[in-house]
Design a protein around this ligand. Sequence first.
Ligand SMILES: Cc1cc2nc3c(=O)[nH]c(=O)nc-3n(C[C@H](O)[C@H](O)[C@H](O)COP(=O)(O)OP(=O)(O)OC[C@H]3O[C@@H](n4cnc5c(N)ncnc54)[C@H](O)[C@@H]3O)c2cc1C
Length: 386
Amino acid sequence: MSDALDLHLTDAQRALYADTLRLATSGLAPVAASGEPGRVNRPLVRALAEHGLLTRLFTSATAIELCLIREALARGCTEAETAFALQGLGAHPILQSGSEALRSRWIPRVADGSVIAAFALSEPEAGSDPAALTLSAQPTGDGDGWLLSGEKLWISNAPDADLYTVFARTDPGAAGARGLTAFAVPGDSPGLGGEPRRMLAPHAIGSLTFDRVRVGRDQVLGEPGAGFRVAMRTLDLFRPSVGAFAIGMARRALELATGHALRRRTFGRPLRDHQAVAHRLAQLRAETEAARLMVHRAAIAHDAGAGDPSVAAMSKLLATEVAQAAVDAAVQFHGAIALERGHPLEHLYREVRAPRIYEGASEIQREIVARAMFRAAEDDLSEVTS
Ligand SMILES: Cc1cc2nc3c(=O)[nH]c(=O)nc-3n(C[C@H](O)[C@H](O)[C@H](O)COP(=O)(O)OP(=O)(O)OC[C@H]3O[C@@H](n4cnc5c(N)ncnc54)[C@H](O)[C@@H]3O)c2cc1C
């Protein structure tokens, strides 16, 4: 890729990207390949730890560094990318809002790969609208904690994880986002069960059932009733890097497609000489790089304390949508071979779909952008008329 597209990055950030990409393709991909589809690959998480990536996640990682690491991992090994992101998503609420005791109990073990973390927000009736969640937290008689009852669904790393950040309703009287509390819940808590679900995306994902799972005050992240804010702070940090994950896949797909278009001949000439192929790939290259720059701007703004939800929304929207288009075109220009089980594009085709749904579906991102756009237009109008 052209250096011109990386001029906004420091030398250290460029080196981080290049080193992570090398590690993903040479060191991590073989470990990923030996995992069982749909279940947590513990050796892969330990390998991420041994190479220092997980420690970085919990010590110094800024949103832009998260983007560079996630893009490079995705380009070289999507399973490693997902394992990395989930350790962060699952344990960041503890780092950010947990007590000193919780942080020292969990963070070193998540960072050394001995504990697998998960972020449990979604429920059967609360996905895009997490404020509608109903997992109930009933105060215990002794006033020292709560009993969690209900279900979580589509939780990555469930049911294999050792630690769940769980969002529950401690105040049934408070509507919507108010009345939610975040808890750190060990995976072996009595009453906590779960089942794996088989999904198009190859990583571990499942349901969780809570049958009067006891949690103490010392397991609360932040304040009781402030759980929604804990969830949003974590998602705000990670949102641009979901886009980066998608961009890594888009770049990989375009590399595969351009390589194939050089080699494959039809009608007596290489595919690259068919303008329909070359121009489609050129268009997708341009859109991928534009989306990547938008992702980086969103991350840099977040790191500067100037994060703007509508910029983050635009970046996730554009990156995940262009990645879908790039992978689809790469499949198209490969023909049948790309659909064979085990082909890298068959794998990317399954991986690329979910990010348009999770952490805010594309329609939700458009809604955030539209609201900000019309709010600004109304403000402009009222300035003109006042
Ligand atoms: C691979 C994968 C991994 C996941 N991992 C996790 C995890 O680790 N932890 C976790 O908590 N959750 C996780 N999820 C769940 C994910 O966050 C939800 O799937 C997502 O929030 C959407 O919720 P839903 O599936 O219930 O769809 P719904 O909320 O039912 O929405 C369905 C569709 O309706 C449309 N829609 C909804 N609301 C609106 C609106 N206001 N305006 C316009 N259109 C709308 C969108 O097209 C949306 O895709 C994961 C999901 C997937 C697919």
